[in-house]
Ligand binder design. Structure first.
Ligand SMILES: O=C(O)CCC(=O)C(=O)O
Ligand SMILES: [Fe+2]
Length: 337
């Protein structure tokens, strides 16, 4: 048999398997979003976690507080590697550029033909631990803790090498992330990103309210994704030109964003490829734990990374091992955005 046919058959079986494995978490998502379950059980429980943790929150520095306040007001805060001055940021950027080159040459292989985005694999993350470890920096964790008001679960990184094919697919459609009530992603640009190079985009607070209302009119559609023109059609006249913010920026731009509350997307790149890393964070008792832990690292690899950190920061990496109840038994959802 031709190798291409074998490969396609393998891909179809894999897709089917991913769908099957994701059935229990799709059902759990549906149930947890029923009004009686959400308002009667899950939301009060979440409020209680916040209340109990309040005395334990680590105090932020003034510049960290500034970012937290921006997030509270707008859902987004923009900074840069230079401003944040996180240790080893130079090593981090060097490693990120190497991975970008590796993904760029992979994109030429027949195996990846037709893909809009290439992602980092476990082997690459393990070969460049400075990428993963940058996301577990104490300053970043303190910012996120003060925003979530809960202990932070670090959920690993995605590396998007996005090809300029203008296609509106996957995370290039408007969506909200499903992991938790509130969560943070930190995006770092590995090259300069202009309007034609696929900037990250996030809706304004006002538009977010309107879009969320329209999308939530049926509870099972809460996490529905939408094409750009579909959102445009929902919104009133006065918002048509001002409903989202396009985060263009230089290499080294750092974007903090609550991707669970705010609709966002990676704009389809029209002319230039875009390399960006997105670090994910939620609370350690997230609303939908079966949508967490989707970074490619195994439990053993995560433990290895945790061991490279000071003891007081290890729990934010190994938090999934301590989930209890149903959260522990429902398999991780394997479907993409
Ligand atoms: O590629 C982008 O800019 C969007 C990424 C995204 O939606 C996410 O990481 O949640
Ligand atoms: Fe997202």
């Amino acid at each position: 048999m031709h190798p291409k046919i074998i490969f396609q058959a393998y891909q179809n079986i894999d897709k089917l398997w991913q769908r099957l494995v994701s059935v229990p978490s799709d059902i759990a998502l549906f149930i947890s979003n029923l009004d009686v379950v959400e308002q009667g059980i899950l939301y009060p429980r979440y409020q209680k976690f916040i209340q109990d943790y309040q005395p334990l929150i680590n105090k932020p520095t003034p510049d960290e507080l500034e970012i937290v306040q921006q997030l509270e007001q707008h859902g987004v805060a923009i900074s840069s590697l230079d401003n944040l001055a996180i240790p080893n940021s130079d090593r981090f950027m060097l490693a990120a550029e190497n991975v970008s080159q590796e993904l760029k040459s992979n994109a030429q292989l027949p195996l990846y033909r037709g893909k809009h985005t290439l992602n980092i694999n476990a082997e690459q993350i393990m070969r460049y631990p400075e990428l993963f470890l940058w996301g577990a920096d104490a300053k970043l964790l303190r910012i996120i803790e003060n925003y979530l008001k809960l202990p932070v679960g670090y959920d690993g990184l995605s590396y998007y090498y996005s090809i300029p094919d203008s296609r509106e697919v996957g995370p290039r459609k408007w969506h909200r992330d499903k992991e938790d009530w509130q969560m943070i992603k930190i995006g770092v640009y590995i090259n300069d990103v202009n309007e034609d190079g696929g900037p990250f985009e996030c809706v304004t607070h006002e538009a977010n309210e309107l879009i969320s209302q329209a999308m939530c009119s049926k509870s099972f559609r809460r996490y529905k994704t939408a094409l750009h023109h579909e959102i445009q059609e929902i919104l009133p006249e006065h918002l048509q030109d001002s409903w989202y913010r396009s985060c263009v920026g230089k290499k080294g731009t750092v974007i903090f964003v609550d991707t669970a509350r705010y609709y966002h997307r990676g704009k389809p790149p029209h002319k230039f490829e875009r390399s960006a890393i997105f670090f994910g964070y939620c609370s350690r008792k997230p609303r939908h734990p079966f949508f967490c832990g989707r970074s490619p690292l195994s439990t053993e690899q995560l433990q290895h990374m945790a061991n490279l950190l000071p003891e007081d920061r290890r729990d934010c990496i190994t938090w999934r091992d301590r989930l209890s109840g149903l959260a522990k038994w429902i398999p991780k959802n394997r479907l993409k955005v």
